[in-house]
Design a protein around this ligand. Structure first.
Ligand SMILES: [Zn+2]
Ligand SMILES: [Zn+2]
Length: 239
């Protein structure tokens, strides 16, 4: 009966690839055609044991940034490289919060194995959007990703603990140094005493230079949490 209803639904609303709109045979997740899936690259070893940046050869070790202990988080992992089809799906998610897009991203992240790389958190914090941007968009994509990727920990997601005070220019238009300046004083905690001794999982869509995640971690670190881990769906290597 269930498959009959599904078949009827597919007939009435033919499923399409979310990247190229090519017709798909069935509405099975992820809604990405086989041609678009060829661009998919999961991230796996060798990588930096701390920040998760992938290396081309060798075994896991610490990257230069982590050797200098420049990050305020303890551990970061991403599921996939930020390139099509993942980049198209993340852009689509920013403009319309459709369940099929976020569910497809979750499915791809699950297949990459990255969702099981984290310590059970006491609290999950999605990287916040500024309220103006949140109003324009109607939702925070980092929160949507946290809810879909970690449904087992849904009750520990706190989206109001960390807030963004300023709407900052898009990070993608800035250099590494400008990115850090751009973010100074941008994030703030709404209450203190909540994070001491806690294991925190920060969630965001893309890790590029790590400036955003690191600035959030710097603010969280003041509260003396036990551990800060970071999940980003994608990792971009353009610096
Ligand atoms: Zn396609
Ligand atoms: Zn590193």
């Amino acid at each position: 009966m269930h498959s009959y209803i599904e078949a009827l639904h597919d007939l009435l609303f033919p499923p399409q690839c979310l990247c190229c709109e090519q017709r798909l045979e069935a509405s099975r997740l992820p809604l990405v055609c086989s041609a678009c899936r060829e661009g998919l690259r999961s991230i796996s070893s060798p990588l930096c044991a701390t920040c998760g940046i992938p290396f081309t050869t060798g075994v896991d070790h610490l990257c230069g940034v982590c050797l200098r202990k420049s990050y305020f988080f303890d551990y970061a992992r991403s599921a996939m490289f930020y390139q099509p089809p993942v980049s198209n799906l993340l852009l689509a998610l920013k403009f319309s919060n459709t369940t099929s897009t976020v569910a497809s991203l979750k499915k791809l992240a699950e297949e990459s194995g990255a969702l099981s790389l984290f310590t059970v958190p006491d609290i999950i914090i999605p990287v916040p959007l500024h309220v103006t941007r949140l109003r324009e968009r109607g939702f925070n994509q980092a929160l949507m990703l946290a809810r879909h990727c970690f449904p087992q920990w849904r009750r520990v997601i706190r989206s109001t603990v960390l807030v963004r005070n300023r709407a900052t220019p898009p990070q993608s238009s800035l250099s590494g140094h400008q990115r850090r300046q751009n973010l100074k004083g941008c994030f703030q905690l709404t209450r203190s005493g909540l994070l001491a001794g806690k294991r925190i999982l920060l969630v965001d869509d893309v890790f590029t230079t790590g400036s955003t995640i690191n600035e959030c971690s710097r603010i969280l670190r003041r509260e003396k949490p036990k551990r800060i881990e970071v999940f980003t769906l994608a990792r971009s290597l353009q610096l």
